[in-house]
Design a protein around this ligand. Structure first.
Ligand SMILES: *[C@@H]1O[C@H](CO)[C@@H](O)[C@H](O)[C@H]1NC(C)=O
Ligand SMILES: *[C@@H]1O[C@H](CO)[C@@H](O)[C@H](O)[C@H]1NC(C)=O
Ligand SMILES: *[C@@H]1O[C@H](CO)[C@@H](O)[C@H](O)[C@H]1NC(C)=O
Ligand SMILES: *[C@@H]1O[C@H](CO)[C@@H](O)[C@H](O)[C@H]1NC(C)=O
Ligand SMILES: *[C@@H]1O[C@H](CO)[C@@H](O)[C@H](O)[C@H]1NC(C)=O
Ligand SMILES: *[C@@H]1O[C@H](CO)[C@@H](O)[C@H](O)[C@H]1NC(C)=O
Length: 657
C-alpha cells in the first residue's frame, strides 16, 4: 500500500506544475519517521495553551506575542460551545468571542494552532463547555449517541466547522490538527458510536486531509475508551513523573507516529477552600527537557490561564467549584505578566529550537486606585420587581434553573412557614438538592446558609405564615466526570421538620441585565450611610444585598487607566460588576483567591467608573468602613478557611468568623 501510494505521488508530481505543488500547504502524520510532516518536512511542535474565552480580546495579541517570544511555534485552544451558543440556534462570535479574529492573530504572528472544538472540553469551564439548555431533556446522556445530544452537536458543528475550514493549514490557515472530544476515556459512557459519529462529522465538514486526534490520560486504561480508529491518539501528563512510561502508554495505542503530550501541566487548578496549587519550576523544566529530548511534541497546559469572568468557572465533585482566577501557576500570570517560570521554560526551549530575536514584551503596569466607598442600595428580596424580568412563577414544588430557562447566576424562592416554629426546627434538603448555595431568611432576618455537599440542614424559627426567602446561587456546573448533568437551583424538595415545603413562588433573576441597565441605581436613591451604632455585630449574616460605588481615574497621572486588582476587605462572598461587566465571584472568607483581576480596558477616563457588588453573606458596611479597594498586587494564594462543612445555629453565628 505504501509503495503504491508513493508511486501515485510521483505520478501526481509529474503531472502537476511544480509551482502549484509547492504552494499547496500540507500537514500530516509520518508513521514511518514517527513525526508530523509540515509541507513535506519533519515538524515538531512546542505549544502552549491559551483560552481566548478567558482573556479579553484587547489582550489576545500581547499574550500570543509573549508565547511566540518564549520560543513556542504553536498554540492550543479550546472552543467552549456554551460561550458561543447561549440559546439554541443563536450564535455569538462577536467581541471577546471572535474566534476567527483570534485565529487570524495566531497566523499573523507565525503560530500554528492545535484546535480543540470539543464538543465537550472539560477545561474547568461551566459544564465542560456544554450548553446548559441540553438539560431540557432531563435524562439526556451527554457525550454519547443519545439522539437529542447528537442532534444539538450536529447543528452546532454545522455552524462552527464551516467557519473553521478556511483556517485549516492545508487551506492556507494556521490550524494543523483538530481534537475530537476530550479525555473521553475518563468518561463512563465509552460509546464508540459517538466517537465514530464525531469523526464522520468532522471529516464531512473539514475534509479527509485534516489530522484529527484524541487526548487521554497517559494510562492504557484511559486509552481503551478514548482512542478510536481515524483519530491520532495522544496523551497528557504532568511534570515530575516517568516520561518514558507515559509515552509507552501512547505507544500502546499508536505503535508508530509522533509522540505527543497534549497537556503538559505547568501548574494546576484551584478550588475555593483549598490551598492555591503550585508546580515548582525546577521539576517542570526537568520534565520538559526529558520530553523534548526524546523528540516528542508538547503542549504546555496552561501557558496563560486567564480569568473565569462572570459565571464561567466549572466545578469538581464532591462539589468543589473553581475560583474566578484561572492563573494556574502558569508561566504567564492571570494578568499576562512574565514570571521566572516563563524564562526558565524559554531557556529549555532554546536548546531545541531557535527562539525569536528581539525583546519580550514587558508585563503590563498595574495601578492601585485605592479605596472606593460603597453604599448599600437594597436587598435582593426588596428588588425582585426590578430583577425578575419575567415575573414570578407559582409552583407546588421547587423549579430548577432549567425549568425556568435560566442558565447562570441566582434565583429566588419564596414560600411561607406552614406551621409555627417556636423552637429551632430543621430546614433540610434531605437529598442534598441545593445547587449550590442557599441564603435563607425568615421575614427578612437571616436564618443561615445551606450548601451542596457541605450543609444540608439549618435550624429556623418563626411563626406560621412568616415569609421564607431563599436566594439560590449557581456556583458553576460540574465539568468533569459522570455528574456533568448538573441541574441548578432547588433540585429536590426542602423539608421543614418532617413535612415537605410546598406552594413556592419562584423568581428567575436577570441581575446582569439589571446591573448593566443601571436599573438598581435608577430606581433607588442611595441610602445615607448609617451613623448610629449598629444593633447587629459584624459577625452576623445579613440578607443578600446590592452595594454601589464609583471612582474616577486620576487625570494628573500619565498612562492611566492601567490594569488593577480589586479586593474586598471584611466583605465575605459575592459577585462584582465594573461598569456593568461581570468580573466574577469574590469569596475572601474562603480563599485562596483574594483579589480579582480588573483589565484596564473596562475603565473609563471620561466618566466615573461604577462598581456594583452583590454581597451574599455580610458586608462591613453596618459596622465599619464600607469600601472596596483597588491594589496593584495580586493575591490568589491566601490561607483558606471553611474547608470543612459549616452548619451553624442561626442564633449562634460567632463560629462563622
Ligand atoms: C521509567 O519507566 C520505564 C519504562 O516503564 C522504566 O524502564 C524505567 O525504569 C522507569 N524509570 C524510573 C526512574 O522509574
Ligand atoms: C416533592 O415532594 C412531592 C410530594 O412528596 C413529590 O410528589 C415530588 O416528586 C417531590 N419532588 C422532587 C423534585 O423530589
Ligand atoms: C398550598 O396551598 C394550598 C392552597 O392555598 C393549601 O390548601 C395547601 O395546604 C398548601 N400546601 C402546603 C403544604 O402548605
Ligand atoms: C456610571 O454611572 C453613571 C450614572 O448612571 C453614568 O453617568 C456613567 O456614565 C457611568 N460610568 C461609566 C463608565 O459607564
Ligand atoms: C503567595 O505568592 C507570593 C507570590 O508568588 C509569594 O511571595 C508568597 O510567599 C505566597 N504566599 C503563600 C502563603 O504561599
Ligand atoms: C438544631 O437544633 C437542635 C435543637 O436545639 C440541635 O440539637 C441541632 O444540633 C441543631 N441543628 C443544627 C443543624 O444546627
Amino acid at each position: 500500500m505504501e509503495f503504491r501510494g508513493a508511486a501515485a505521488a510521483v505520478l501526481l508530481l509529474a503531472l502537476i506544475p511544480a509551482t502549484v505543488f509547492s504552494a499547496a500547504p500540507s500537514f500530516s502524520v509520518d508513521y514511518k519517521r514517527n513525526s508530523f510532516l509540515k509541507d513535506g518536512e519533519r515538524f515538531r511542535y512546542i505549544s502552549g495553551s491559551i483560552h481566548y474565552s478567558r482573556i479579553p480580546r484587547v489582550y489576545w495579541k500581547d499574550r500570543l506575542l509573549k508565547m511566540y517570544m518564549a520560543g513556542l511555534n504553536a498554540i492550543q485552544t479550546y472552543i467552549p460551545w456554551n460561550f458561543h451558543e447561549p440559546t439554541p440556534g443563536s450564535y455569538d462570535f462577536s467581541g471577546d468571542r471572535d474566534l476567527e479574529h483570534f485565529l487570524q492573530l495566531c497566523q499573523d504572528l507565525g503560530l500554528v494552532v492545535i484546535l480543540r472544538p470539543g464538543p465537550y472540553i472539560c477545561a474547568e469551564w461551566d459544564m465542560g463547555g456544554l450548553p446548559t439548555w441540553l438539560l431540557k431533556k432531563k435524562d439526556i446522556v451527554l457525550r454519547s449517541s443519545d439522539p437529542a445530544y447528537i442532534a444539538a452537536v450536529d447543528k452546532w458543528m454545522g455552524k462552527l466547522l464551516p467557519m473553521i475550514k478556511p483556517y485549516l493549514y492545508q487551506n492556507g490557515g494556521p490550524i494543523i490538527t483538530v481534537q475530537v472530544e476530550n479525555e473521553y476515556g475518563s468518561y463512563f459512557a465509552c460509546d464508540f458510536d459517538y466517537l465514530r459519529h464525531l469523526i464522520r462529522l468532522y471529516r464531512s465538514y473539514l475534509g479527509d486531509e485534516v489530522v484529527l486526534f484524541t487526548t487521554d490520560g497517559a494510562r492504557v486504561s484511559y486509552l481503551k475508551c478514548g482512542s478510536i480508529q481515524g483519530a491520532y491518539a495522544t496523551v497528557d501528563f504532568g511534570a515530575g513523573g516517568n516520561v518514558t512510561a507515559a509515552f509507552e502508554a501512547q505507544r500502546h495505542a499508536e505503535p508508530h507516529g509522533p509522540l505527543v503530550n497534549s497537556e503538559f501541566y505547568t501548574g494546576w487548578l484551584d478550588h475555593w477552600g483549598e490551598p492555591h496549587a503550585v508546580v515548582s519550576t525546577a521539576i517542570l523544566v526537568k520534565s520538559l527537557n526529558e520530553i523534548l529530548e526524546v523528540g516528542a511534541n508538547v503542549n504546555l497546559y496552561m501557558f496563560i490561564g486567564g480569568t473565569n469572568f462572570g459565571y464561567w468557572n466549572g466545578a469538581n465533585t464532591p462539589y468543589a467549584p473553581q475560583p474566578t482566577s484561572y492563573d494556574y501557576d502558569a508561566p504567564l500570570t492571570e494578568a499576562g505578566d512574565l514570571t521566572q517560570k516563563y524564562f526558565a521554560i524559554r531557556d529549555v526551549i532554546k536548546k531545541y529550537r531557535k527562539i525569536p530575536d528581539g525583546m519580550v514584551p514587558p508585563s503590563t503596569p498595574k495601578y492601585a486606585y485605592g479605596q472606593v466607598p460603597m453604599k448599600k442600595l437594597r436587598t435582593v428580596a426588596e428588588s425582585l420587581d426590578i430583577l425578575s424580568f419575567s415575573g414570578p412563577v407559582k409552583s407546588t414544588y421547587p423549579l430548577t434553573f432549567t425549568d425556568m430557562k435560566q442558565a447562570f447566576g441566582f434565583m429566588q424562592y419564596q414560600t411561607v412557614l406552614p406551621v409555627d416554629c417556636i423552637n429551632p426546627t430543621p430546614l433540610s434538603s434531605p437529598l442534598n438538592g441545593v445547587r449550590d448555595r442557599a441564603y435563607v431568611s425568615v421575614d427578612g432576618v437571616v436564618a443561615g446558609i445551606l450548601e451542596r455537599d457541605k450543609a444540608i440542614t439549618i435550624n429556623i424559627t418563626g411563626k406560621a405564615g412568616s415569609r421564607l426567602d431563599i436566594l439560590v446561587e449557581n456556583l458553576g456546573r460540574v465539568n468533569f466526570g459522570k455528574d456533568i448533568n448538573d441541574f441548578k437551583g432547588l433540585v429536590y424538595n426542602l423539608t421543614l421538620g418532617a413535612s415537605v415545603l410546598a406552594n413556592w413562588t419562584v423568581y428567575s433573576l436577570s441581575i446582569d441585565e439589571a446591573v448593566k441597565g443601571g436599573l438598581l441605581l435608577d430606581t433607588v436613591s442611595l441610602r445615607p450611610p448609617k451613623t448610629t451604632t449598629p444593633k447587629t455585630p459584624p459577625t452576623k449574616l445579613s440578607p443578600p444585598a446590592f452595594y454601589a460605588g464609583s471612582f474616577s481615574i486620576p487625570d494628573d497621572i500619565p498612562d492611566l487607566p492601567q490594569d488593577t486588582y480589586i479586593q474586598f476587605p471584611d466583605w465575605r462572598k459575592g459577585q462584582v460588576w465594573i461598569n456593568g461587566f461581570n468580573l466574577g465571584r469574590y469569596w475572601p472568607s474562603r480563599g485562596p483567591q483574594i483579589t480579582l483581576f480588573v483589565p484596564a480596558y473596562l475603565l473609563s477616563t471620561s466618566a466615573p467608573n461604577n462598581i456594583t457588588v452583590l454581597e451574599l453573606e455580610a458586608s462591613p458596611c453596618s459596622s465599619g468602613p464600607c469600601a472596596v479597594e483597588f491594589t496593584n498586587t495580586p493575591n490568589i494564594n491566601a490561607t483558606t478557611r471553611f474547608t470543612t462543612p459549616f452548619i451553624r445555629d442561626p442564633l449562634n453565628l460567632q463560629g462563622l468568623l
